[in-house]
Design a protein around this ligand. Structure first.
Ligand SMILES: NC(=O)c1ccc[n+]([C@@H]2O[C@H](COP(=O)([O-])OP(=O)(O)OC[C@H]3O[C@@H](n4cnc5c(N)ncnc54)[C@H](OP(=O)(O)O)[C@@H]3O)[C@@H](O)[C@H]2O)c1
Length: 272
């Protein structure tokens, strides 16, 4: 199993990264980033809406790793899309992170009526070199098709909620067929499937945890995963997913657990 996914930009993206939503305390961010980096994590997923870009920036500097070893993702929030100042929002993110480029800049949510304008501004940012790749998050097949039909740059990534209780196979296959890498957010469904009997049995057979089985199921489908944890033992557990394999029957069993369950809710400003 390769530890990186090839992007349509020619660059690569680590398969495993750390989700950082809700880790905002500066000392905690720095501790978690150091623990993660010591275990081999090199990708950190943030967003302007997580209110931790400043802290992540401090963490990056404290890691003291060569910049090219890191893969930093951030995202543009809905309000900035509506206002239409994409360049300004992007520059503020870079400033907070203390970086002169990010590895991946994503449209956080498909705000109705804004996606194309936002994307065209992001294409300019991509061409300027300040985002090594641009992509989207929470986009459906219809929204992706519309974007691709009306723009020059194909998104490098679609970051979507994906786990055994929310099987996204049709959207994943569409993305992969079109050269768009799939990254699973909330890959543990925020804990919602960790006590399922079927998964516990599979995990016991492999001497693994249910979390590891859920993450492994995703990476065997060619996805990148960004589980969030602030705990050292779980950082280690979530990283130990490259040295065992689920067989076809186990994969199919997990495929059948879909409940269309969303652990991550639609933002308030997209409701109604
Ligand atoms: N693009 C989007 O719209 C979007 C939406 C949601 C999330 N995301 C990204 O995806 C990341 C991950 O998603 P998420 O934070 O929603 O949920 P998640 O990663 O599915 O689950 C995180 C929860 O599971 C716990 N946990 C982590 N590892 C565990 C393990 N091995 N065993 C048991 N429990 C474990 C964590 O608790 P502890 O911290 O206490 O360990 C936390 O409560 C986010 O941090 C964010 O970066 C993106």
């Amino acid at each position: 199993m390769q530890n990186h996914i090839a992007l349509n930009t020619g660059a690569t993206m680590p398969i495993l990264g750390l989700g950082t939503n809700q880790i905002t305390d500066e000392a905690e961010v720095i501790r978690v980033m150091k623990d993660a980096a010591n275990l081999g994590y090199r990708m950190f997923d943030t967003a302007s809406s997580y209110k931790n870009e400043d802290q992540i920036g401090k963490g990056i500097r404290e890691l003291d790793l060569p910049r090219e070893e890191l893969f930093i993702t951030t995202k543009i929030w809905n309000t900035a899309q509506r206002i239409g100042n994409i360049e300004g929002a992007f520059e503020r993110s870079l400033e907070r992170l203390g970086l002169d480029y990010v590895d991946l800049y994503l449209i956080h949510w498909p705000v109705p009526g804004c996606c194309l304008d936002t994307w065209h501004e992001m294409e300019k940012i991509y061409h300027s070199g300040r985002a090594r790749a641009i992509g989207v998050s929470n986009f459906s097949q219809i929204q992706l098709t519309d974007l691709m039909d009306h723009s020059e740059v194909i998104p490098a990534v679609n970051q979507i909620e994906y786990h055994p209780l929310l099987n996204q196979d049709p959207l994943r296959q569409f993305c992969q067929k079109n050269g768009i890498a799939v990254q699973a957010h909330s890959p543990l469904a925020r804990g919602a499937y960790l006590k399922k009997d079927v998964l516990t049995r599979i995990a016991e057979k492999h001497f693994r945890s249910v979390a590891q089985v859920g993450l492994r199921w995703l990476i065997q489908k060619g996805c990148s995963v960004i589980p969030k944890t602030a705990q050292l033992d779980r950082l280690l557990e979530n990283s130990q997913i490259f040295d065992f394999e689920l067989d076809d029957v186990e994969m199919a069993t997990i495929d059948s657990l879909n409940e269309n369950y969303h652990s991550s809710t639609l933002p308030e400003d997209l409701l109604g």
